[in-house]
Design a protein around this ligand. Structure first.
Ligand code: ZN
Length: 1010
């Protein structure tokens, strides 16, 4: 027979778009609208409803950036609509081509109860399922005019990203504010047609596709285009048969879960996320009520806490839906945090605060970690997930890799200590699925474990102001439940998917090590003050806990649980995957820096208070050391008289001498030569006579690169950035002196450009093998990457970079595309380049990015390690990193993993000087090579028990003891959530706990006080 597939497809597409969809709300009457515009910060719903309203004409522009406009909509159901489903249709001026990222509204009844949200693809509000004639309608809309910052050409610098600099231009124009009849048959016909149209596009040539096309043609023949509503039922009848045919026995199975990926801050401030979450959850609880099987999942305890605090009526609905098993808390974390940069303790607290909230408020313990969107995943995570009691891990982001395709979708992920966690990446390659035919077919086609497993997960719904899952998506899911030619779709909790998968895949493939994201590499550096705030506050809070716990045991001072919880939660919030990575608007980073200052002040106050209680009043000069290593005779976790320190000038006094216009610093341990250019041309470990710096090469070389990525300015640095480089060699000031404490200091000042300057102080203390560099940069560059290079005379096959509770090794070559893609990588406090017998480390107190290259000097391979210090992208924050920036970093001359771990930790937790009457003896002292105390605190359950966490830091088996200097009733090993483990009872002999740890093992002890 003659056939023309494009003719049918074209016909159905046009009728669907131009006739069927507009006929869903064909019959409508305008509502009467009034408005009240509020610039600036939002008001409570009660205040919003009580505002003075004035008449508003549809089509009038509304809403300057970041303002809120309250609309009052009133009307009356026309008599002839009696008995029909009536809805409000409100188009606030949405751009339907974007699913979120623009204006939004939350609708309230006249009594102030929230109804549901208004979003670009979700513009309806139910008035009545069977309306009465003349029924009065009165609704209020809290409409937020959030500016669009990512439309069209999305990476153009804008000043709309902060309420301080944004314009007062009205941004949106309402389209319609109507009361309308909802034509159920037309709505269902639209979904029938859409599902079949999308299905046939994915089918191979053959009978199923042709029969679907024939049915669609017949449906179009039955539909009267002048009377769509009255003929829609007849048209649907033509599709019943093709929709009823069941899926193939071996069809892929999709476990759908309703979802809205709501970034806790990004192109909007935190305060707007509070409202985004309220809007979305209001809509999702409504959709749950209107369906039988829909399951919605939401992560982030912080987002639940916001609803509880700010929208109690929505919170009640969420709680009811959680109890019914339809609204499922996911992830067990405080926020969906970055996992590359936070410290080990921070990740533990993400789980501790997250799970405690879910358990206390909702009676739920999450079984999996849900992180669809952060930018790479630390190889320490598998152990931390397991030790916090999680059974599975979910992400999707690695599908964004620029070069290499990840080989698995369902696999075991193995971390640095050997722990394995069942993990899944949805083969649909999205966390904003809409269940289109193309998406479900892609999942089936791409799924890498199809030989042995049957299913995958699909997070379904629009995030970030899109309002979550729509009724169109649940309508599609019901049609795709069992449809020939399509994967099967069912709503279910991800736990059910993982339970099934674990049985299907007893021999799952294994991926070992970090999940490196081959994209967004500059997130390790952008917004330096945010990075610095994170590193400093997470160390300060650990220190505050240590001194507060010590004071509680030694002096009976009350442990400040409430205060510490609030401070941790603030730091955990800022670790959200668009804040700590530096990818948010100016407003968010301005607030982050303010919050870090507040946390710092409060933590310092706790520390000062606790230490004052411990040392008493007196005039003795003391030094306290909260770092987990003894420092010059001051024990870890204790304080002693300053005069008893062991590094006072004397045996290791530093000599300073001039040479060739530069300086030589020598303390008997190391000798460092600083050239007339202010560069380190030699750094000799005197015991081995090995020079850290390659012959004829330098360290401390500041380098500038042009840095304009193709996309995602704050996120990305593209490989070609290295092709343009400027070395900073010109010196404006070079001077040196030995200070009162015997520390030799060389000051180097340079002009970076006409606008920017840098001042460095290179210092060598008596007995130290660390050449410390304090740097102050007055930075006014744009689209420029600042690095500091050290060309090391070390033939390193690997470098070791610190991560949470240990380090991981990366090769220094680029033999494969996987290695070549890692041209910018992460570290915490150290990176170590080592060959047999000699190594050099770079340590830092607030940076995370670095790169390592190999080249040849003479006959030797040398290793160049460069720390990434500053960038200056212009989107989304046009002023990123501008102004005065400070850094502390240093070269450890002659280092192995133990030395690097210690020097990094000591730099992260500086000593404190104070006066008092007495020493402080440490509560906990660890012995045994490689065993490091990570935390000493009171238990989160406020029982007064102590929690002590240790880890093996060197990658081997460690054997030692923990000495507890306090009356002890019992010691048990516990989970990261501080709960008993099956084999948890520990023997204590004379206050000592024997400790045996495997490589990079983290172990938590709970100490009941006698
Ligand atoms: Zn995100």
């Amino acid at each position: 027979m003659h056939d023309d597939i494009p003719l049918t497809v074209g016909r159905v597409t046009r009728v669907l778009t131009e006739r069927i969809l507009p006929a869903v709300h064909a019959e409508s009457v305008p509502l009467t609208a009034q408005w009240h515009e509020l610039p600036g910060e939002p008001v409570s719903p009660a205040e919003g409803l009580a505002l003075d309203y004035t008449p508003y004409a549809v089509g009038t522009p509304w809403g300057a950036a970041w303002g809120t406009t309250w609309f009052r909509l009133t009307g009356e159901v026309p008599a002839h609509w009696a008995g029909r489903r009536v809805e409000v249709v409100a188009d606030l001026g949405f751009d339907r081509d974007m699913t979120g990222f623009q204006c939004e509204g939350l609708v309230y009844r006249a009594d102030g109860t929230p109804v549901k949200s208004l979003n670009p693809r979700n513009q309806w509000v139910l008035v009545a399922e069977e309306a009465e004639a003349g029924r009065a309608v009165e609704l209020y809309v809290e409409a937020a005019s959030n500016p669009i910052l990512v439309a069209g050409n999305p990476f153009v610098p804008t000043r709309e990203g902060d309420i301080v600099t944004s314009s007062s231009t009205r941004l949106y124009t309402t389209g319609r504010l109507d009361l309308a009849v909802f034509e159920r048959d037309v709505f269902e016909l639209a979904l029938d047609v859409q599902v079949l149209l999308e299905l046939q596009a994915e089918l191979p040539p053959g009978p199923r596709r042709m029969q679907v096309l024939q049915a669609l043609d017949e449906a179009m023949d039955r539909l009267d285009l002048q009377h769509v509503a009255s003929t829609a039922g007849d048209a649907r009848a033509a599709l019943v048969d093709v929709l009823a045919r069941p899926a193939e026995a071996s069809a892929h199975e999709i476990s759908a879960v309703g979802h809205a990926h709501i970034d806790s801050a990004w192109l909007w401030p935190l305060r707007e996320t509070i409202r985004k979450v309220a809007r979305t959850t209001a809509s999702m609880t409504t959709l749950i009520d209107e369906t039988d099987d829909f399951v919605y999942g939401m992560s982030s305890a912080q987002q639940y806490a916001w609803i509880k605090e700010h929208r109690p009526e929505v919170w009640d609905r969420v709680k009811a839906a959680v109890d019914a098993g339809r609204f499922v808390p996911l992830g067990g974390m405080w926020v969906e945090s970055d996992t590359v940069m936070p410290s080990g303790e921070s990740l533990v607290r993400q789980f501790l605060h997250g799970q405690r909230f879910f358990e206390t408020e909702l009676g739920i313990r999450c079984r999996g970690v849900w992180l669809p969107d952060s930018f790479g995943y630390s190889p320490a995570l598998p152990q931390l997930m397991r030790r916090a009691g999680f059974e599975w891990f979910f992400t999707q982001k690695i599908s964004w890799n620029q070069v290499n395709t990840f080989p698995h979708h369902t696999f075991l992920w193995e971390g640095i200590d050997g722990s394995r966690v069942l993990s899944h990446f949805p083969p649909m390659d999205t966390y904003n699925a809409q269940l289109s035919g193309a998406e479900v077919a892609l999942a089936s086609r791409q799924f890498r474990e199809s030989r042995v497993a049957t299913g995958s997960i699909a997070p379904v719904g629009w995030g970030d102001g899109g309002g979550g899952t729509t009724r169109e998506m649940t309508g599609k899911a019901s049609r795709l439940a069992d449809l020939e030619g399509s994967p099967r779709v069912r709503w279910e909790h991800p736990d059910a998917f993982f339970d099934r998968t674990r049985e299907q895949l007893p021999q799952a493939p294994v991926w070992v090590g970090e999940l490196y994201l081959e994209l967004h590499r500059a997130t390790l550096t952008s917004q330096h003050r945010t990075k610095q705030g994170n590193r400093r506050t997470e160390h300060l809070l650990v220190e505050a806990e240590l001194w507060a716990a010590t004071a509680a045991v030694r002096t009976g001072t009350a442990y400040p649980h409430d205060e510490l919880d609030a401070l941790w939660q603030q730091v955990l919030l800022q670790q959200f995957h668009d804040i700590l990575p530096g990818t948010s608007i100016a407003w968010v980073h301005r607030e982050a820096v303010e919050q870090y200052a507040r946390v710092t002040e409060a933590a310092e106050a706790i520390i000062a208070r606790s230490l004052a209680a411990l040392v008493g009043e007196g005039d003795t000069a003391l030094e306290a050391n909260a770092a987990p290593f003894e420092r010059a005779g001051v024990p870890a976790g204790g304080a002693v008289e300053r005069e008893s320190r062991t590094d006072e000038p004397g045996a290791y006094a530093v000599s300073l001498s001039e040479r060739d216009g530069g300086w030589v610093l020598d303390n008997g341990v190391v000798a460092v030569t600083v050239s007339a250019e202010g560069l380190v041309t030699s750094a000799v470990d005197l015991a081995t006579a090995r020079d850290a710096i390659a012959p004829g090469r330098e360290g401390n070389l500041l380098q500038l690169h042009e840095d304009v990525p193709n996309r995602w300015d704050a996120w990305d640095v593209d490989r070609y950035y290295r092709n343009r480089v400027t070395d900073l060699r010109d010196v404006s000031v070079l001077s040196a002196a030995v200070d009162d404490e015997g520390v030799a200091r060389v000051v180097v000042e340079r002009h970076i450009s006409a606008d920017s300057t840098v001042r460095q102080e290179l210092s060598l203390a008596p007995g130290a093998r660390l050449l410390e560099i304090s740097q102050e940069t007055d930075w006014h560059e744009t689209e420029t990457f600042l690095k500091v290079a050290f060309r090391l005379d070390v033939r390193a096959e690997h470098v070791a970079a610190e991560t949470q509770f240990g380090f991981h090794r990366r090769v220094t070559h680029t033999n494969t595309s996987w290695e070549a893609a890692k041209f910018e990588t992460s570290m915490h406090r150290f990176v170590l380049a080592e060959e047999r017998g000699f190594g050099v480390a770079l340590v830092n107190d607030s940076t995370y990015g670095h790169d390592v290259t190999r080249d040849v000097v003479g006959d030797d391979v040398v290793t160049t390690v460069r720390l990434s210090l500053l960038r200056a992208p212009r989107f989304p924050d046009p002023e990123t990193d501008q102004g005065v920036q400070t850094h502390r970093y240093g070269l450890v001359i002659g280092a192995d993993a133990e030395v690097a771990t210690r020097e990094g930790a000591l730099m992260g937790t500086p000593p404190r000087r104070l006066t008092g009457a007495r020493r402080v003896a440490p509560l906990v002292t660890a012995t045994g090579e490689g065993i490091v105390v990570s935390s000493v605190k009171e238990a989160a359950d406020r029982s007064g028990d102590l929690v002590v966490r240790v880890y093996e830091s060197l990658g081997g088996r460690a054997r030692g003891t923990l000495r507890l200097d306090l009356p002890v009733a019992a010691v048990t090993t516990v989970s990261l959530l501080e709960e008993p483990l099956d084999d948890g009872e520990v023997v204590v002999v004379d206050g000592e706990v024997p400790v045996v740890l495997s490589a990079f093992e983290v172990r938590t002890f709970r100490v009941a006080r006698a």
